[in-house]
Ligand binder design. Structure first.
Ligand code: ZN
Length: 164
């Protein structure tokens, strides 16, 4: 895919503009998932550990369709700039909360992919740092070529190549 890199001078202020509303949104939805979601079962916990998650027992999964997306006009505007996919995703990791679309409720690959994002947030030391890096990568590269997404896809493929 052809990507056009945006200059840092353009992306840095955009990241800072988006960071706070995105963080508020993440916390709100994470709290909701932690309240209503289910814990991982034994095999899923093993997969999450293989994906690098330190506290898989803290994760909760909520299945819902369509997945909520940050609806603020600001974020929608950013999506245009970043070529972030506007179609609702089938999975989303928000701290220790994972949303799965009904179509992906049984998808091991999607769950492991989201677990890698949980591991990334754990290793980066928090939600805000994770979001900052994630937004920055999606703005600088694109959603499809961001290193964090590439890592999630690579590790999910590795983990899922082993029997559950
Ligand atoms: Zn992802």
């Amino acid at each position: 895919m052809k990507t056009r890199r945006l200059p840092w001078l353009v992306t840095a202020p955009l990241v800072w503009l988006a960071l706070f509303p995105a963080w508020i949104w993440l916390r709100r939805h994470e709290r909701r998932i932690l309240r209503v979601g289910r814990p991982l079962d034994f095999d899923e916990c093993a997969d999450a550990r293989s994906a690098g998650v330190l506290q898989p027992e803290t994760i909760r999964v909520a299945v819902t369709s369509p997945l909520p997306t940050p609806g603020a006009a600001l974020l929608r505007g950013l999506a245009q700039v970043t070529r972030f996919p506007l179609d609702p995703p089938i999975g989303m990791a928000l701290g220790y909360g994972i949303y799965l679309d009904e179509s992906a409720a049984e998808s091991r690959a999607t769950l492991v992919h989201e677990c890698v994002h949980v591991a990334q947030f754990e290793s980066l030391g928090g939600r805000l740092t994770f979001l900052h890096r994630y937004l920055h990568e999606c703005l600088r590269e694109s959603y499809w070529t961001s290193p964090m997404e590439a890592e999630a896809n690579r590790i999910a493929a590795e983990v899922c190549s082993r029997p559950a």
